[in-house]
Ligand binder design. Structure first.
Ligand SMILES: *Cc1c(COP(=O)(O)O)cnc(C)c1O
Length: 480
C-alpha cells in the first residue's frame, strides 16, 4: 500500500507543475494573447469553414501528455482562425461580443483560487461581490432593495430563469399549462420559445402580437388580445417585452406594457439582453421608462458590457419569488445555513456549484470605472447612425428605419434582377471575403443585411472600411 501510494503520488504530482513550468506556460499563453490582440486590426473577421488547416485528430485525448507549446500552436493554427473572429472590431454580425482583457485576467485569478461562489458559507466575499454587481444592475434599472438576481452563463438561461420564476409565482401547475397564455412580438428572441419548452410549458399558448411600422409591439392589440383570452377562460400570465430586438434593435413600449401587465395581473419580463446596458447612456433614458415596474429583466454583460462569453444576468423585482422558485435544502448542506446572511446564488438559480463569474465583471468595471463603458456605448449608437447615413447616400442602396439602438439594416437594389437574391449573394460574398463579418435577416419577406455595432473595439474607421468592402463587392457583382 505505502509503495503503491508513493508511486501514484509521483504520477499524480504531474498535475501540479512547479513554479518554473507554470511561468513558462503563462508566458506562452500571455504571448499568444498579446499577439492575438495586436493582430486584430489586420486579421480576418470571418474564416469560412473551407480553410481548415489540420485534422480533427488534433483534438484527440490520449494517455500521454504533449508539450504546452504544441497546444498553443494548435490554438493558433487550428482553433482560432475558423468561423467568426468574435474579438474583432470588424465583427458586425448577429449581436457581437468582444472580450475585455481584464475579464480574462479575472477568470484566471478566480480559476486559480477556485472560489466556491455558489454558497455564501463557502465563499462569503465572493458571493458578496456577485451580489453587489447584481445590486449595481438593479440600481441601474431602478429596482427596489427587495430585488435579487443571478449572474448566469448568458441571456438564454436568464430568460429561462425568469419564466420559471413567473410560473411558480403564478402557481401554475401542469393542468393549467394548456390554458396559460404568453405574449410576445414575433421579433422576440427565440430563447423564449426554448424556455417555454424546457420549463415544461410546451402546451402553453404563445401569442404573437402584431407590430407597428418600427417593429415594436402594438399595445392596443396586446390589451384587446388579453381581454379576449380572459373572456375565453384562459390564463394570460406572461408578457415578454424586448428592449432591443436582436434583429433590428427595436424597443417595445415598456411603460405601456408594464401598465397593461399590472392591470391584468400578468408577469412582465423585459428581455434587455442586447439593449439593457444602453441605460448607461443619458440620452437613452426615455426608452427605459417603466422598466422599474417590470417583474424581471434579462441583461447580457457578454454583449453590451463587452465581457467574454459566459456572462448573462437575470434580475427579479421580488427576491422572494426567485427564492421560492429555486431554493432547495439538502441534508448534506446543513452547515451552510447561515442566519441572516446574504442570499446564495444556489438559492436563486438552478446551479449549485458554479464558477466565480463575478470576478470577470467586477475587475473591468473597477479597473476602468463606468465612464469608458458609457462612452463606448454611446459611440456604438452613433456609429450605427453614422453607418445608416453613409449607406443611405450610396446610389441604389436602401436602408431600414433609423436605428433605435446599434443595428442598422441595408439592402442594395440591383439594376436588374431579384433584389432578395442579389442581397443573399452579396452576404455570401462578404462572408467569403472575410475582412468584415455581416449577417442577414428576413423581415416580411424582404432580405436585409445587418450591421450590428457592439464590439468595444469597433470605431469609425471600422465602419468606413466595412462600407468600402460592401461597395467593392457590389461593384464586382454588378459587373458580372
Ligand atoms: C442574445 C440574446 C438572447 C440570448 O442570449 P445568450 O446570451 O445568447 O444566451 C436573448 N434575447 C436577446 C434579445 C438577445 O439579443
Amino acid at each position: 500500500m505505502i509503495e503503491k501510494l508513493k508511486n501514484l503520488e509521483e504520477q499524480a504530482s504531474m498535475l501540479e507543475p512547479e513554479n518554473k513550468i507554470r511561468k513558462s506556460w503563462a508566458e506562452q499563453a500571455f504571448d499568444y494573447a498579446d499577439k492575438y490582440i495586436n493582430n486584430l486590426e489586420s486579421a480576418k473577421a470571418f474564416y469560412a469553414n473551407t480553410e481548415r488547416e489540420s485534422s480533427a485528430s488534433d483534438f484527440e485525448i490520449s494517455e500521454k501528455g504533449e508539450s504546452f507549446s504544441s497546444l498553443v500552436k494548435t490554438t493558433d493554427k487550428t482553433i482560432d482562425p475558423s468561423g467568426i473572429n468574435a474579438a474583432s472590431g470588424f465583427h458586425f454580425g448577429y449581436i457581437p461580443g468582444g472580450g475585455l482583457y481584464p475579464s480574462a485576467l479575472g477568470d484566471f485569478m478566480a480559476d486559480v483560487s477556485n472560489r466556491y461562489a455558489g454558497v455564501y458559507f463557502a465563499a462569503p466575499r465572493a458571493v458578496e461581490l456577485e451580489n453587489s454587481l447584481i445590486r449595481w444592475m438593479c440600481n441601474l434599472m431602478g429596482y427596489p432593495e427587495t430585488a435579487a438576481g443571478n449572474l448566469t452563463s448568458g441571456g438564454s438561461i436568464a430568460n429561462l430563469t425568469a419564466l420559471v420564476t413567473a410560473r411558480e409565482a403564478h402557481g401554475l401547475k401542469a393542468h393549467d399549462f394548456h390554458k396559460s397564455v404568453i405574449y410576445a412580438s414575433r421579433q422576440a428572441h427565440h430563447s423564449l420559445q426554448k424556455a417555454i419548452r424546457i420549463s415544461g410549458m410546451r402546451e402553453a399558448q404563445l401569442r404573437y402580437i402584431p407590430l407597428d411600422e418600427t417593429l415594436r409591439m402594438d399595445t392596443v392589440i396586446l390589451e384587446s388580445t388579453i381581454e379576449a383570452d380572459l373572456q375565453k377562460g384562459l390564463i394570460p400570465f406572461y408578457i415578454n417585452a424586448s428592449l432591443g430586438t436582436t434583429n433590428t434593435g427595436a424597443i417595445d413600449p415598456i411603460e405601456k406594457m408594464t401598465q397593461i401587465a399590472a392591470k391584468h395581473c400578468l408577469w412582465l419580463h423585459v428581455d434587455a439582453a442586447y439593449g439593457g446596458f444602453f441605460k448607461l447612456v443619458p440620452q437613452m433614458q426615455s426608452h427605459f421608462a417603466g422598466i422599474e415596474n417590470a417583474d424581471s429583466i434579462t441583461l447580457d454583460p457578454h454583449k453590451t458590457l463587452f465581457l467574454p462569453y459566459g456572462s448573462g444576468a437575470v434580475l427579479i423585482r421580488d427576491r422572494m419569488q426567485m427564492y421560492r422558485a429555486h431554493r432547495y435544502a439538502a441534508d448534506y448542506m446543513q452547515d451552510t445555513e447561515v442566519a441572516d446572511a446574504e442570499m446564495s446564488p444556489a438559492d436563486l438559480s438552478p446551479e449549485l456549484t458554479k464558477p466565480f463569474r463575478g470576478m470577470r465583471m467586477w475587475l473591468p468595471l473597477k479597473v476602468f470605472g463606468i465612464a469608458p463603458f458609457r462612452a463606448a456605448l454611446e459611440e456604438k449608437l452613433l456609429l450605427a447612425q453614422y453607418a445608416h447615413d453613409k449607406l443611405k447616400s450610396i446610389p441604389g442602396m436602401e436602408v431600414g428605419s433609423r436605428p433605435q439602438l446599434s443595428v442598422t439594416l441595408f439592402r442594395y437594389r440591383p439594376e436588374s434582377g431579384n433584389a432578395n437574391a442579389f442581397n443573399k449573394t452579396l452576404t455570401e460574398k462578404i462572408q467569403a471575403d472575410g475582412r468584415v463579418f455581416l449577417s442577414s435577416t428576413t423581415i416580411d419577406g424582404i432580405f436585409w443585411i445587418r450591421i450590428a455595432v457592439v464590439v468595444f473595439r469597433s470605431h469609425r474607421h471600422h465602419i468606413d472600411s466595412c462600407i468600402e468592402v460592401v461597395k467593392e463587392i457590389i461593384d464586382q457583382l454588378e459587373e458580372e
